[in-house]
Write a protein that binds this ligand. Structure first.
Ligand code: 5AD
Ligand code: SF4
Length: 371
């Protein structure tokens, strides 16, 4: 098996990568060979989902969280994080801004809360945003593990998609990066993904890439999990250290956060995007902010390696610096107008166009519902 012989297959047409080929490509580290893989992934993207970047304006509306994921800066036990809840008016104001600036979709993201007040608040927001945009704005939810009933209510209020990352499909590793208690359970996470599908969402998941102890085989299995769960959209990015977290501390002690370590995680992140595109072809894949946290050009490199979704932050500047999942989050000093312009330049720099006013739903999902 050689990279060239694999890439000679008609992947743009009707041929598919085998699992064995996927495993082989995952071992490539030579930059020149990787560029060939990215190029092929970009061709597959152009053929299956078009050379269009769809925007999901990201509103981070609260950083309160009941969980304690060991890697995350807004975990419950991080007392250094100043907590905020955005007022309903502020969220609606941002949604209106997005609508008026021709965004096709929004993402509503927050830390996790499961109390009824929270779910009611979110359900009402979804309704109001749909109303103020004449039902035109697509809405992606990213508010963690909830009951099936809560998911159903969000779906019925009009939310279109839901993103819930599995973080890693290696269950042992999952347990190492979360506290060992009932609140942090791999099984619950998988069941939530099934509930999301059941209530009719376009379902998204993803993993962190380059976690301490994660192997290339784990990453291959992550892609196989996307396939087996029939996932519509994927949001994944490199693990980025947050210094005030238990995992961040350990990573710093292990010395994996050197410049070399960061470059390796960017490379792995781009390789994951490209191989997921080559293996699954028609799913939506995001070029995430975490890529840009480690590499200034991370997001455009993600688009060039096969991603087709961007999530420009539209959170008001006042709260941006408090929603810190990891260190060196980009764009915290910018406002929504600056982010829109900056990202659009990045999209055009690689020859894509922006899907203004288009929801950009997952082609994979569209095919599944007409089956
Ligand atoms: N590095 C990268 N991604 C992170 N997330 C949380 N903390 C980090 C980190 N330190 C991601 C998780 C979560 C999403 C909201 O943010 O994958 O699901
Ligand atoms: Fe909370 Fe999500 Fe951070 Fe975990 S990753 S602590 S659930 S915001």
């Amino acid at each position: 098996m050689t990279v060239d012989s694999i890439l000679e297959k008609d992947l743009v047409g009707n041929e598919w990568l085998t699992e064995e080929e996927l495993r082989f490509l995952m071992t490539v580290t030579d930059e020149e060979t990787l560029q060939k893989i990215y190029k092929k992934a970009y061709e597959v993207k152009a053929a299956y989902v078009d050379k269009v970047a769809y925007y999901r304006g990201l509103i981070e509306f609260s950083n309160r969280c009941i969980k304690n994921c060991l890697y995350c800066g807004i975990r419950y036990e991080n007392s250094k994080t100043e907590r905020f809840d955005m007022s309903r008016d502020d969220v609606l104001k941002m949604a209106k801004w997005a609508y008026e600036h021709e965004y096709g979709s929004l993402t509503l993201q927050s830390g996790e809360r499961t109390d009824e007040g929270f779910v009611d608040y979110v359900v009402d927001l979804i309704r109001d945003i749909k109303k103020l945009s004449n039902n035109e704005l697509g809405i992606t939810m990213c508010v963690g593990e909830q009951s099936e009933e809560a998911y159903r209510r969000m779906r019925e209020a009009g939310a279109d998609r839901y993103l819930l990352r599995i973080e890693t499909t290696n269950q042992e590793l999952f347990e190492m990066i979360h506290p060992k208690d009932a609140l942090h359970s791999f099984e619950t996470r998988v069941n939530c993904l099934k509930s999301l599908r059941k209530v009719g969402f376009q379902v998204g998941t993803g993993v962190m890439i380059g976690l301490p102890g994660q192997t290339l085989d784990d990453l291959v299995n992550d892609i196989l999990f996307y396939r087996d769960m029939d996932i519509d959209m994927i949001g994944m990015g490199p693990y980025v250290v947050h210094h005030d977290t238990p995992l961040g501390q350990r990573a710093l002690e292990l010395g994996i956060d050197s410049q070399k370590g960061k470059l390796e995680r960017v490379q792995l992140g781009l390789k994951m995007i490209a191989l997921t595109r080559l293996f699954l072809k028609d799913v939506n894949i995001a070029a995430t902010t975490a890529l840009q946290a480690l590499d200034k050009l991370g997001r455009e490199k993600g688009l060039a390696a096969g991603a087709n979704i961007l999530m420009p932050i539209i959170t008001v500047p006042e709260h941006r610096a408090k929603y810190l999942l990891y260190d060196n989050k980009p764009c915290v000093d910018d406002n929504a107008d600056q982010c829109k312009e900056c990202l659009t330049r990045r999209v055009m720099s690689i020859g894509d166009r922006v899907g203004w006013k288009e929801q950009g739903n997952s082609q994979h999902y569209k095919k599944r519902i007409v089956k």
